[in-house]
Design a binder for this molecule. Structure first.
Ligand code: SF4
Length: 44
């Protein structure tokens, strides 16, 4: 499966600048390990 990072970045609501932005697989794993939710899954 091709990475959809460029497309994901356009829809990302996170204001943070981190290397996982748009790389949702890494973003979700990172927040899961921290016990938190990615920005897009938090109450806006
Ligand atoms: S939600 Fe967290 S891991 Fe994902 S792009 Fe934003 S700061 Fe990075």
């Amino acid at each position: 499966m091709e990475c959809k990072r460029e497309e994901n970045v356009k829809n990302c609501t996170c204001k943070g600048e981190c290397e996982r932005k748009g790389k949702c697989c890494d973003c979700v794993l990172h927040h899961k390990q921290k016990g938190s939710l990615p920005h897009c899954l938090r109450k806006q």
